[in-house]
Design a protein around this ligand. Structure first.
Ligand code: ATP
Ligand code: MG
Length: 479
C-alpha cells in the first residue's frame, strides 16, 4: 500500500498550509484506521508550521497544548489537532519529555511515537504514505510493536504498555513477543505504577469499550498489571464455584471477564458492573455438605456465596473511587451490583413488582436487565437464547413493569397525593415521625394504588399519629 484517500476537508486544510509555504501530514490513529479499512474517529495532523504560524493562518484555533506544540483548528465543522514536528529528549518524569525541540523533521516526529502502526504519516496533498518503521507491514501482519527498543520506550512513558494492551483488545492484534516481554520487566513495571490514575482510567475505559475487553484484561493479568491496579479482581483467579449442582464452568475471575464481554459495548456502567459483579465471592465463599437433590438421601458438597452481592458492591465502589471515576458512575455501578441477585420467578404480585421498581429505580431497570444477561453470558459464553426460560421470565417482568409505568402508579414519595405540609396542617408535628408516617403511607400505596387519594391518606395518617401517641392531630399542637 502506497497511499490512502484524504478526505476533502483535509485537502482544503492542506491548501491553506501550502499557500503559506508549509507541509502537513495526517498521522496516528486516523492513518492506522484508514489502512485497516475502518473509519477514523478523529484527525491528528503534523506539520513543519510552528504553533504561532498555525494560529495565524487559520481562522479559529484554540491553543489546547501549546507547550507541546499542539493547537486545535476548527475547520469545516471539524476539530483537528495540529502538532508541530517534535523531537524529544529525556523523560525523567516518565511522561513529559525534558525538552521538546521544534527543529525536527517528519521522521524525527514519527520516531517519538509509540507503536509502528501509529508512526505512519500520510501527505495531506495526495495521501502518499511515509512509513519509516514498517508500520504498514505490522498492521497487515496484525502485530503491535514499539518503535525502537521496547524496554527503553516503555521506560520513557509508563502509559505505553497500557496503550499496547488497550490496542490488543481494540484491534484484536497480539502484542509482538519482545514488546510483551518488556512489559513484565521490573523497571518497566515500576514505571507503569507511577502513571496517574486518571491516565490509567482513560485507557481502561477504552478497553471496556472494545468488543472483547477480556482479551486486554487477561493480558493485564499475565503481566501483573491487573494485580497492581485492581487486586480485588486478580484475587478472583482460582476461586472455583462449581459444585454438584454444576452452575458454573469458570472460576470467578473468568466469569467476571466474560460477563463484561457479554455486556453492551456502548454502556460503560453495565460493563463495569459486569466486570466487578462477583468480586465479593472470594470473601463470601463457604462450603457445606447438604442433601441434594432435596429428599434424595444423597449428601454432597455445596458451594455458596451468601452476601457476595453486598461485598462486591462495596469493593466495586472502592476500586472505582481509587481509579478516579465520577461519583455518579460509582453510585450507579455499585447500585446495580448490589441488586444483581434479585431473582424474578414469574410469581411476583403487582405490589412486589412496584416495590422492586422503587428499590431499583425506574431509570436503572434497563441496566439491570443488561447486567442479568451479561451475568448469564459469563457462565458459558453463550448469549441468552430467545424463547429460553430466562428470556421468558425477563419478558414477563418487562411487561409487568410497562403496565405499572403506563398506569402511572406512585413510585416515589413525591407521587403521593399528600405531602408533609398537608400532615402538619392536620396537626401532626414536624420531625422524624412525620417522615415515618409519609413512609408508611407510601408503603400502603405501593400495596394498593387505589389508596392514593387525599382523603384516604389523611385518615390513615391521623390514625397512625394517634396510635403512635403523637400530639393530637386535631389540635394544632407542636412537639
Ligand atoms: P485512538 O484515538 O483511536 O484512541 P490514537 O492512536 O489516535 O488512537 P491518540 O491517543 O489519539 O491515539 O494519539 C495520537 C497519536 O499520538 C498516536 O497514534 C501516537 O502516534 C501518538 N501517541 C499518543 N500517545 C502516545 C504516547 N504515550 N507515547 C508516544 N506516542 C503517543
Ligand atoms: Mg486519536
Amino acid at each position: 500500500m502506497k497511499s490512502i484517500k484524504i478526505p476533502s476537508e483535509l485537502k482544503k486544510m492542506n491548501e491553506i498550509f501550502e499557500r503559506n509555504g508549509f507541509e502537513a501530514f495526517l498521522v496516528g490513529g486516523a492513518v492506522r484506521d484508514e489502512i485497516m479499512g475502518k473509519k477514523a474517529s478523529d484527525w491528528d495532523v503534523t506539520t513543519n508550521a510552528r504553533p504561532e504560524d498555525v494560529m495565524r493562518i487559520f481562522h479559529k484555533v484554540i491553543p489546547t497544548g501549546i507547550a507541546h506544540g499542539t493547537v486545535t483548528v476548527h475547520l469545516l465543522g471539524h476539530e483537528i489537532e495540529v502538532t508541530t514536528y517534535r523531537a524529544e529528549a529525556g523523560y525523567s518524569d516518565g511522561r513529559h519529555p525534558d525538552s521538546v525541540s521544534f527543529d525536527a523533521t517528519l521522521e524525527d516526529d514519527l520516531s517519538r511515537r509509540d507503536f509502528t502502526m501509529n508512526a505512519i504519516a500520510a501527505s495531506l496533498a495526495d495521501g502518499k504514505l511515509v512509513d519509516p518503521f514498517g508500520g504498514i507491514g505490522d498492521i497487515q501482519a496484525k502485530i503491535i510493536r514499539t518503535v525502537g527498543n521496547a524496554r527503553e520506550r516503555f521506560l520513557e512513558d509508563g502509559l505505553r504498555p497500557i496503550r499496547a494492551i488497550r490496542f490488543s483488545s481494540q484491534l484484536e492484534f497480539p502484542i509482538e513477543d519482545e514488546t510483551f516481554r518488556a512489559i513484565s520487566d521490573s523497571d518497566v513495571q515500576e514505571k507503569i505504577c507511577s502513571i496517574s490514575m486518571e491516565r490509567f482510567r482513560d485507557e481502561f475505559v477504552k478497553i471496556l469499550s472494545s468488543k472483547k475487553p477480556s482479551i486486554a484484561l487477561k493480558r493485564m493479568e499475565d503481566c501483573g498489571i491487573l494485580a497492581k491496579f485492581m487486586p480485588e479482581l486478580s484475587e478472583c483467579r482460582g476461586i472455583e464455584q462449581t459444585d454438584e449442582r454444576g452452575f458454573h464452568e469458570f472460576d470467578v475471575l473468568d466469569h467476571n471477564l466474560f460477563a463484561c464481554d457479554g455486556a453492551p459495548r456502548e454502556n460503560l456502567n453495565v460493563r463495569l458492573a459486569a466486570l466487578f459483579h462477583d468480586i465479593g465471592k472470594k470473601d463470601a465463599k463457604r462450603e457445606e455438605t447438604k442433601e441434594f437433590p432435596k429428599g434424595s438421601g444423597e449428601f454432597v458438597k455445596i458451594v455458596h456465596f451468601h452476601g457476595h452481592d453486598k461485598l462486591s458492591s462495596e469493593k466495586s465502589a472502592e476500586i472505582l473511587a481509587r481509579l478516579k471515576f465520577p461519583n455518579a458512575t460509582i453510585e450507579r455501578v455499585s447500585h446495580l451490583i448490589r441488586n444483581h441477585m434479585t431473582f424474578f420467578d414469574g410469581s411476583w404480585s403487582d405490589a412486589t413488582v412496584r416495590r422492586f421498581l422503587v428499590r431499583i429505580r425506574p431509570e436503572c431497570v434497563d441496566d439491570l436487565f443488561d447486567l442479568w444477561c451479561a451475568d448469564m453470558y459469563g457462565k458459558h459464553c453463550v448469549p441468552v437464547v430467545p424463547g429460553s426460560d430466562a428470556a421468558k421470565r425477563m419478558g414477563l417482568l418487562r411487561d409487568k413493569i410497562r403496565e405499572i409505568e403506563e398506569s402511572q402508579n406512585a413510585l416515589s414519595l413525591k407521587d403521593l397525593k399528600v405531602n408533609g405540609k398537608d400532615l402538619i396542617a392536620a396537626g401532626i408535628p414536624a420531625g422524624k415521625h412525620l417522615g415515618m408516617i409519609l413512609g408508611e403511607l407510601f408503603q400502603c400505596v405501593l400495596d394498593d394504588p387505589a389508596m392514593n387519594e387525599k382523603e384516604r391518606l389523611m385518615e390513615l395518617a391521623r390514625n397512625l399519629a394517634e396510635s403512635w401517641n403523637l400530639a393530637n392531630p386535631d389540635s394544632s399542637a407542636s412537639e
